[in-house]
Ligand binder design. Structure first.
Ligand SMILES: Nc1ncnc2c1ncn2[C@@H]1O[C@H](COP(=O)(O)OP(=O)(O)OP(=O)(O)O)[C@@H](O)[C@H]1O
Ligand SMILES: [Mg+2]
Length: 247
C-alpha cells in the first residue's frame, strides 16, 4: 500500500429497500487531503459516508483505514478508530435539549478521560476556532442554521480527529456563510492537520477547498482527479453536472 494512503474504499456495495445504491465504489484518500465526493441528490453520498464511518454495514467490499479493514474490525478496534474519526452530519445532528457547550463536550466526555477543566478548555478553543466564542450557555434551538453548522464543526474538531467527514457542510447556507464554512474547513486542515472527506453537491465549495474531486454516479465513482482535471473533463455525466443541464 502507498504509505500516504490513509483510507481506501474497495468494491463497496450497498442495497437499501431492494435498490442497489452503491454498486462497487472505489476510492483512495491520501493523508492530509481535502477529498471531495460530488454527486446529484439521492445518488448515495450520505450512504457512502455512513458505510465508511461504521454507521451502516456494506453488503460487499472493504473500507481500509491504514490498511486495516474496518468492515471486519472488532468493536475494540472501532473504539480506537472512532476517536480518530469525526463526522459533521448533513443536518448538524445537535442535541436540542443540551446547551451548545454540552453539545461540543459530548464526544470528549464519552471518548476521552479528560478532566472537567480540560474539557471546558477544549470546548472554549473549539468554539473560538469556528468564530463562536463564549456561546457555551446558548441553546441550540436559538441558533441559526449557519451557527448550528459551526457548532457541529466545533464538536467534531474538539476531538482533534485525524479525519473529519463532512456531509453537505454548506447546503442551505447563504453564500457568505458557505464561504465562511469553506474557510473553516481549510483552517481545520492547517491547525489540526486533519484529513478531510467532504460529500457535497456544492461545486463552489469543491473548487474552493478540494485537493481531489470525485464524482459518484449510478453507484460508482465515474471520475477522480484534481480540480483542474475535473473542470476540463469531457465526460458527459461530469459536464452535465458542472453545467447544470436538466435531464
Ligand atoms: N436508512 C435508509 N433506509 C433506506 N433507504 C435509504 C436510507 N438512507 C438512504 N436511503 C436511500 O438511499 C438513496 C441514497 O440516499 P442518500 O441519502 O445517500 O443520498 P444523497 O446522495 O446523500 O442525497 P442528498 O444530496 O439529497 O443528501 C436514496 O434513494 C434513499 O432513499
Ligand atoms: Mg445526503
Amino acid at each position: 500500500m502507498d504509505p500516504q494512503v490513509l483510507i481506501e474504499v474497495k468494491g463497496l456495495e450497498k442495497s437499501l429497500q431492494g435498490r442497489k445504491v452503491l454498486k462497487g465504489v472505489d476510492l483512495s484518500i491520501g493523508e492530509g487531503e481535502v477529498f471531495i465526493v460530488l454527486g446529484r441528490s439521492g445518488v448515495g453520498k450520505s450512504v457512502l459516508l455512513k458505510n465508511m464511518v461504521g454507521l451502516m454495514r456494506p453488503d460487499a467490499g472493504r473500507v481500509l483505514y491504514e490498511g486495516k479493514d474496518l468492515v471486519r474490525a472488532s468493536a475494540e478496534e472501532w473504539k480506537r478508530v472512532r476517536r480518530e474519526f469525526a463526522v459533521v452530519f448533513q443536518h448538524s445532528a445537535l442535541f436540542d435539549s443540551l446547551s451548545v457547550g454540552e453539545n461540543v463536550a459530548f464526544g470528549l466526555r464519552r471518548m476521552t478521560s479528560l478532566s472537567g477543566e480540560e474539557i471546558r478548555q477544549r470546548v472554549k478553543e473549539a468554539l473560538s476556532l469556528v468564530g463562536l466564542e463564549g456561546i457555551e450557555e446558548a441553546r441550540v434551538s436559538q441558533l441559526s442554521g449557519g451557527m448550528q453548522k459551526r457548532v457541529a464543526i466545533a464538536r467534531a474538531i474538539a476531538l482533534r480527529p485525524r479525519v473529519i467527514f463532512y456531509d453537505e457542510p454548506t447546503t442551505g447556507l447563504d453564500p457568505i456563510m458557505a464561504a465562511t464554512i469553506a474557510m473553516l474547513i481549510l483552517k481545520m486542515k492547517k491547525e489540526i492537520g486533519s484529513t478531510s472527506f467532504i460529500i457535497t453537491h456544492d461545486l463552489k465549495l469543491a473548487f474552493r477547498v478540494g485537493t481531489t474531486l470525485a464524482m459518484l454516479h449510478d453507484g460508482r465513482i465515474v471520475f477522480r482527479g484534481t480540480p483542474e482535471e475535473f473542470q476540463g473533463c469531457r465526460d458527459p455525466v461530469v459536464r452535465k453536472f458542472v453545467e447544470g443541464i436538466p435531464d
